[in-house]
Design a binder for this molecule. Structure first.
Ligand code: C2E
Ligand code: MG
Ligand code: MG
Length: 497
């Protein structure tokens, strides 16, 4: 047996007369030839400074300086140590607004307050992190039952949505949460997967209306993948010219004469075929691509409106309606874009109507009022699309420069069979008239529906009864055909005499 030395040390913290000190206690041993260890001495070292430096370095790497919570790297490290648990991803709704309108100092104070509230909703052994911006994450110390997680999530949403008192003013935000959890008997090969899944669920919670929580599920992942693929394809679609605009006639209900058309976007995908706008426009809105796409639609539709109107006798203009998404009103000079589109094709403003949704008018964030006044000042008219499906906050009808209401097509379906539906449409028409607004009924498919609308005094309609959306050339021909004197079918000779 060899002779030798060994030492055993442990670090400890004591609360001494000069405050907290870190000490290292070292016990030394010697081995004799007989292999037995003999204790030789114990020393004590003050390692407070070393420890402080180590902690500082650790904090620098793993802690968020603003809130004192651990940061993303810290969270990921924790997740690797403790993979069998549940992750909650949390994001403050409309936080960017607070920063933009009240300044970053207020935003920072709100984040600190939110972090404190979050901590109060959880147990000490749970890990709470700020991942960056207004994004927080929680790792529960063990995998919890769905009901428990649900309760925690509700408690957090509730706590974080209470008004914040900052510098004597009340600030309102809410929180949305996505939850992912490892099922029983399941192990995660990759801990970060849990974060990604919670993130997908968070995205879904936001999409379904804020201030709520959502659990991750396989179908969500599938949808998220699908969405990403669609987004990538959309980027390519602009560059590769896969978009088209179809025009659906808008007619006078009295004798079905064409007064204009609505420009409806179509996407001819090389593999998927025609992708309907309801599928891709929400995606384009989420990723911001709706702004360049919308600008393209404006340019094309203005050029088409100008071309058709140049060939018409004065006094019978065709008005082309263009849909605008709320996103086009944010961070972007929409009035200038519209003015440029008009100028580029010498399109007169009275040939264009812009369709907006109620959603836009109720969201105070996008300063719609100034922009709408600016658009109105250009000489265009503004219509509210899908009227009646939104929030019935009717005050905005007099506040904004609206000229037309488009009665949503969902009312048309049973207008002739359900008295309540008919009643709503009648009320909208009455209200429109008393506010001196134009009225367009959407989705008119049958002669009975048209008759009802005519009877109620609705002036204009759009729907399959009068024509489906069609490519520009077909629409041009459709208009031209209507202006030719029509030979009634019954007058055509059936056979040569
Ligand atoms: P919207 O603006 O309310 O357009 C009317 C929708 O009703 C169109 O659907 C049209 O094809 C459909 N429709 C017309 N007549 C009838 C009918 O008689 N019966 C039925 N069942 N449906 C009828 P589409 O073309 O699929 O467009 C869907 C939505 O996509 C539009 O609703 C609009 O909100 C949006 N959209 C379309 N083009 C654009 C665009 O260029 N920009 C933006 N931001 N949104 C657009
Ligand atoms: Mg529309
Ligand atoms: Mg509509």
């Amino acid at each position: 047996m060899q002779r030798g030395e060994a030492e055993l040390h442990f670090d400890t913290r004591i609360d001494g007369p000069d405050g907290l000190r870190d000490l290292r206690v070292v016990h030394r041993f010697e081995y004799g030839a007989d292999g037995r260890a003999r204790f030789t001495m114990t020393t004590t070292q003050d390692i407070t400074e070393l420890k402080t430096t180590q902690r500082d370095l650790h904090d620098l790497a793993f802690r968020d300086t603003l809130t004192g919570l651990i940061n993303r790297a810290g969270f990921q490290a924790r997740l690797r140590e403790q993979p069998v648990s549940s992750v909650l991803m949390l994001d403050l709704d409309h936080f960017k607004n607070v920063n933009d309108t009240l300044g970053h100092a207020t935003g920072d104070r709100l984040l600190v307050a939110a972090a404190q509230r979050l901590l109060r909703c959880l147990r000490e052994r749970d890990t709470v992190a700020r991942l960056g911006g207004d994004e927080f994450a929680v790792l529960t110390h063990n995998a919890l039952e769905r009901e428990t997680l649900e309760r925690i999530a509700r408690r957090i949403v509730e706590a974080l949505s209470q008004p914040y008192e900052i510098d004597g003013q009340q600030v309102f935000v809410s929180a949305s949460i996505g939850i992912a959890t490892v099922g029983e008997g399941q192990t995660l090969s990759e801990p970060e997967l849990l974060m990604r899944q919670a993130d997908t669920a968070l995205f879904e919670a936001k999409a379904r209306g804020l201030a709520r929580h959502e659990f991750h599920s396989e179908s969500l992942s599938e949808r998220a993948r699908e969405r990403l693929a669609l987004e990538a394809d959309l980027r390519r679609a602009i560059a590769e010219g896969q978009f088209e605009i179809h025009y659906q006639p808008k007619v006078g209900l009295d004798d079905a004469h064409i007064v204009g058309a609505e420009a409806l976007l179509r996407w001819k995908h090389p593999e998927r075929g025609m992708v309907p706008p309801d599928r891709f426009i929400p995606v384009a809105e989420d990723c911001g691509l709706i702004v360049p796409i919308g600008t393209w639609v404006l340019q094309q539709a203005c050029a088409a409106a100008a071309a058709w109107n140049r060939e018409r006798p004065p006094g019978e203009p065709l008005r082309i309606a263009i849909n605008l998404s709320p996103r086009q009103f944010m961070n972007h000079d929409l009035v200038q874009t519209v003015r440029d589109a008009l100028d580029a094709s010498a399109c007169r403003p009275e040939w264009i109507e812009l369709e907006i949704t109620e959603r836009l008018l109720l969201d105070e964030r996008n300063q719609a009022e100034d922009i709408l006044n600016g658009l109105r000042a250009l000489g265009l008219t503004l219509a509210i699309d899908d009227f009646g499906t939104g929030y019935s906050a009717l005050g905005y009808l007099t506040r904004y420069p609206i000229g037309t209401l488009k009665i949503d097509k969902s009312f048309m379906r049973d207008i002739t069979t359900r008295p309540d539906r008919a009643g709503i449409v009648r009320a909208i028409i009455l209200m429109g008239h008393s506010l001196k607004l134009g009225l367009v009924a959407e989705g008119v498919e049958t002669e009975e529906q048209a008759a009802f609308l005519r009877e109620q005094g609705c002036e204009l309609a759009q729907g399959w009864l009068y024509g489906r959306p069609m490519p520009p050339q077909a629409f041009g021909e459709h208009v031209a055909a209507q202006r030719e004197p029509v030979v009634p079918l019954s007058a055509a000779p059936l056979q040569a005499a």
